[in-house]
Design a protein around this ligand. Structure first.
Ligand code: ZN
Ligand code: ZN
Ligand code: ZN
Length: 357
């Protein structure tokens, strides 16, 4: 699998007149090598020349963790890794650099290769990573199924009297228990805090009458899950139910609009027009969704202005929200995959408002 992806990247490098790809930490590395490096000051770097053999440079102490079919070149604790890696790069060529390369690393390479020109690797990598293959979709599907179980389990948990932080810990534990390797985030935002889409769980105590936004995800075989469900403690706040009915309709319309040939921005418009027509447009303050894969947020972004055509194998979230400052917030989020003739939802737990204790 790694070999195939390297061959594809090399063809794309030649098409674009780029001489080499240089990636460091970030998800291009596991995509191309199967190995996810720790984000350390000791550099790990993959060099893919447009013609010839790829090489993976790793700190010697990390080498035992590396399992890949690519040639591994460990560098010792007292070596200068930048000298060694630079020697494998075209000194007067064009080098595409991964978007998560540390600035300090890039500056070190620029100093050693003053004749080289560095360009952004994203236009090269995003088209490849956006289209998921069968194994990637299977991992996303398993991750989605696992978080659906967590969403259902949460309906049986008492929210009232716990702090957001305690609830967030419970969610994280459930995400791990459901078969995820890691937890990426567990947002719990009660009452007014729900109006802040990425609210950080606080010591605020959850009370009867609170609407609680719970948005969580982790990784299964390296691939992300991400779902949001709404929980109301005891009773539903004033004005909430009407808005929630609009949100559910908007989310469903956006999911149903997914098919090959439509565009990312048309999917955004499908959700946004319903929310706007119902008078809540000013309270939907973010894009409708983001791609998901080895990164929690990646291309394609489901946003106005993105005319990217939807193709089979693209995986992304559909997560419209309505956020009324000083009152409450709400969001419904599912991951979907575009198929040959439509869409597959990877999250299938009930989207109904969940009343909890
Ligand atoms: Zn988000
Ligand atoms: Zn989310
Ligand atoms: Zn999301």
């Amino acid at each position: 699998m790694n070999e195939e992806r390297i061959v594809t990247v090399q063809a794309s490098l030649r098409d674009r007149g780029i001489d080499a790809l240089l990636v460091s930490v970030g998800s291009d590395l596991p995509y191309l090598t199967g190995y996810r490096a720790m984000p350390l000051e000791r550099i790990t770097a993959l060099v893919v020349p447009s013609v010839g053999e790829a090489a993976l440079f790793v700190p010697e102490l990390e080498a035992p963790r590396v399992e890949t079919s690519i040639e591994v070149r460990p560098w010792g604790e007292t070596d200068d890794p930048f000298d060694r890696i630079a020697a494998a790069l075209p000194g007067d060529g064009i080098i595409a650099t991964g978007d998560q390369m540390w600035a300090s690393f890039l500056i070190a390479f620029q100093n050693r290769l003053p004749g080289a020109r560095f360009v952004d690797a994203e236009p090269l990598m995003a088209p490849l990573r956006m289209i998921k293959d069968e194994d990637e979709i299977a991992a996303l599907r398993d991750a989605g199924h696992a978080v659906d179980g967590v969403a259902d389990h949460l309906s049986t948990v008492r929210f009232s009297g716990r702090t957001e932080r305690e609830m967030s810990r419970i969610v994280s534990d459930l995400v791990l228990a459901s078969g995820h390797e890691t937890v990426s985030f567990a947002i719990v935002a009660a009452g007014k805090n729900g109006a802040s889409p990425h609210h950080e769980a606080s010591d605020q105590i959850i009370e009867p009458g609170d609407a609680v936004v719970v948005d969580f995800g982790g990784r299964v075989r390296g691939y992300g899950s991400d779902t949001t469900r709404m929980y109301c403690v005891g009773e539903v706040p004033d004005g909430f139910e009407e808005a929630y009915a609009v949100l559910e309709r908007a989310q469903r319309a956006a999911v149903e609009s997914v098919r090959p040939g439509t565009t990312a921005e048309a999917i955004d418009a499908a959700a946004r027009s319903i929310i706007s027509d119902a008078g809540y447009g000013e309270f939907f303050i973010h894009r409708t969704g983001h791609g998901i894969g080895l990164d929690a947020h990646e291309q394609p972004y489901i946003v106005q202005g993105n005319a990217e055509p939807i193709r089979p194998g693209m995986a992304f979230s559909i997560e419209p929200g309505i956020y009324v400052p000083d009152r409450w917030g709400m969001r419904i989020e599912d991951i979907v995959v575009a198929t040959r003739d439509g869409v597959e939802r990877l999250n299938r737990s009930s989207r109904e408002l969940r009343i909890v204790e």
